[in-house]
Design a binder for this molecule. Structure first.
Ligand code: UDX
Length: 443
C-alpha cells in the first residue's frame, strides 16, 4: 500500500519505518526541514534502539522517504496516517491544534479517495471532528478511521512489528477487510470496533496500566509498615492469570509522554460529561506522591539534607530512552537542590536533555555511575538501566562518604547487597543494614 505519515515524532516515525519494513511504500512528512534533512541521512531525532538501521535499510530499498511536501505525500498515497502530537493543555485536556491543522491541510491536498487513519491519541469524538474539517476542505470522498498506537518507548520497533493486538476503529464496514489485510503483517490479533470505542480503548488501556502501577506502589507503602516484601507479593499476585504479572513493579512511579498526559486527559473527558473519575484521580495523586519516598528515605537516613552530597543514578523516565518528560527525577532533583544538597548526576543517555531542563550550580555532571558515587553521602537509583544492575556494589563502600544506597526501582536482590557493607533502602521491602538473611529463607 502507498502510505503517507504526517508527523515524525515517536508514533509517526516508528509506524512509518515499520510499515515500510513489512513491504509498503511509505512517505513521512514533517514541517520541520532540519528534522527531514537528518532523517534523509538516516539520523533519527529520537533515541530508539534499532531505528536508524531500519531507516537506512528501507530508504535504500526505496520503500521509505521523508519530505516536507505534504501535498505531494498526500497525492501519491491511498492511506494517510495522522501522527502529530497532542500535548496537554494546562487544564489536562489534549491540545488538538496540530490535529486540526493536519486535517485542514489533508483536505486541501486531496486529489481523490483517501483513507485517513488517526494514530495520535485523541479524546472520544475527535475523529468525527477530523472528518468534518477534512470535508470542509475537499470535494473528494474519504473515510476516517481510528487506529490507536500502543508502542512503548525503548521497545517501540518490536512493539510495532509484534503487537499484542491491533485495534481498528471504523464506522464504514467495507474498510474492515483492506485494513485487516494491511495489518496482518504484524499480527492476527486484529480487533475491529467503532471509532468511538477505539478512541476509548487507548485511554482506558493506559489508565488501567497506570492504575496497576499506583496500586502496587500503595501496596509497597503498606508492605514497609507491616514488614512484607512487595516484590514477593507482586510475584504471588501475578501468578493469578486474572491479575497477570506485568506492570506490578513497585518504585517511584510512572512518567513519560503517555501515562501522565493520558490519565489527565481521561479525567477531563469524564468531567466534560459530568462524570467524576474518582479512581483515576487517586491513581494520579498516588503517582505524584510516590517519588517523594526517595526524599523521605534520604531524610530518615541522613537527617538534614543541607550540605549533603547525593549521587543520582538514572534520570530518564525509564531505561532505553533519553526521554525525561514527566520523569520522577525532575522533582526529586529540584527538591534536593532546594534542600541545599550537592548533586552528582549520571544517566547513560539522558544527561543532555536533563541539563537543558535543569542546570544549577549545585549539580555536578558525571561520566559514569562510579564517579557519581565518589564522596557521596548517599546514592539514589531512579531509573532501572541495565548497566546499574551489574555494577560492582562492593566498591561503593570505599568511594562513598557514607555507604547509603536508596534503590527507587528495586533493582538489587538481597544476595547482591549482602557482604557489601551498604545500608540499603528500597521500595516496599525490608531495609538491609548489615543483617544477613537466615539460611532457611535463602533461595
Ligand atoms: C506507555 C504504554 O505502555 C504504551 O502502551 C503507550 O503507547 C504509551 O505509554 P511508555 O510510556 O513508553 O509506554 O513506557 P512504559 O514501559 O509503559 O512505562 C511507563 C512508566 O511506568 C515508566 O516510568 C516506568 O518506569 C513505569 N513503570 C512501568 C513502573 O513504575 N512499574 C511497572 O511495573 C511498569
Amino acid at each position: 500500500m502507498d502510505i503517507a505519515v504526517i508527523g515524525t515524532g515517536y508514533v509517526g516515525l516508528v509506524s512509518g519505518v515499520c510499515f515500510a519494513e513489512v513491504g509498503n511504500n511509505v512517505i513521512c512528512v514533517d514541517q520541520d526541514k532540519q528534522k527531514i534533512d537528518k532523517l534523509q541521512n538516516f539520523i533519527s531525532p529520537i533515541y530508539e534502539p534499532g531505528i536508524e538501521e531500519l531507516m537506512e535499510k528501507n530508504i535504500h530499498a526505496g520503500r521509505l522517504a521523508f519530505t516536507t511536501d505534504l501535498a505531494h505525500a498526500i497525492s501519491r498515497s491511498e492511506l494517510i496516517i495522522i501522527a502529530v502530537g497532542t500535548p496537554s493543555l494546562p487544564n489536562g485536556e489534549a491540545n488538538l491544534s496540530y490535529i486540526e491543522q493536519a486535517s485542514i491541510e489533508i483536505g486541501k491536498a486531496m486529489n481523490g479517495y483517501k483513507i485517513i487513519a488517526t494514530k495520535s491519541t485523541v479524546p472520544v469524538g475527535t475523529n468525527e471532528h477530523i472528518q468534518m474539517m477534512i470535508a470542509m476542505n475537499t470535494q473528494h470522498a474519504f473515510d476516517v478511521v481510528s487506529i490507536p498506537e500502543f508502542l512503548r518507548e525503548g521497545s517501540a520497533i518490536d512493539d510495532t512489528l509484534h503487537p499484542d493486538r491491533i485495534v481498528l476503529g471504523l464506522d464504514n464496514p467495507s474498510l474492515a477487510e483492506p485494513l485487516t489485510d494491511l495489518h496482518r503483517a504484524f499480527t492476527d490479533q486484529i480487533f475491529v470496533t467503532s471509532i468511538r470505542s477505539a478512541e476509548m480503548i487507548k485511554y482506558a488501556s493506559n489508565a488501567f496500566l497506570a492504575t496497576k502501577i499506583s496500586f502496587i506502589n500503595e501496596i509497597s507503602n503498606i508492605c514497609e509498615k507491616v514488614g512484607a516484601d512487595v516484590t514477593e507479593v507482586a510475584k504471588g499476585m501475578g501468578k493469578d492469570k486474572r491479575i497477570g504479572s506485568s506492570f506490578l513493579n513497585a518504585g517511584i512511579g510512572y512518567g513519560g509522554s503517555c501515562f501522565p498526559k493520558d490519565t489527565d486527559a481521561l479525567i477531563q473527558i469524564a468531567g466534560n460529561v459530568d462524570y467524576e473519575f474518582q479512581l483515576l484521580k487517586s491513581v494520579v495523586e498516588v503517582n505524584k506522591s510516590q517519588r517523594y519516598k526517595v526524599i523521605s528515605k534520604l531524610e530518615a537516613s541522613l537527617g538534614l539534607l543541607s550540605g549533603k552530597v547525593v549521587g543520582i543514578w538514572g534520570l530518564s523516565f525509564k531505561p532505553n530512552t533519553d526521554d525525561i518528560r514527566y520523569a520522577p527525577s525532575i522533582e526529586i532533583v529540584e527538591t534536593l537542590i532546594r534542600a541545599g544538597a550537592t548533586l552528582k548526576l549520571y544517566d547513560p543517555i539522558a544527561m543532555d536533555k536533563f541539563r537543558e531542563r535543569i542546570d544549577h550550580p549545585s549539580i555536578q555532571w558525571c561520566e559514569n555511575a562510579m564517579e557519581a558515587a565518589v564522596g557521596a553521602d548517599a546514592v539514589c537509583l531512579l531509573t532501572d538501566w541495565e548497566e546499574f544492575k551489574t555494577i560492582s556494589l562492593s566498591k561503593l563502600i570505599f568511594i562513598m562518604d557514607q555507604p547509603i544506597l536508596i534503590d527507587g526501582r528495586n533493582v538489587y536482590s538481597q544476595e547482591q547487597i549482602q557482604g557489601t557493607g551498604l545500608k540499603y533502602y528500597s521500595v516496599g521491602r525490608p531495609d538491609l543494614i548489615g543483617v544477613s538473611r537466615p539460611k532457611a529463607l535463602a533461595r
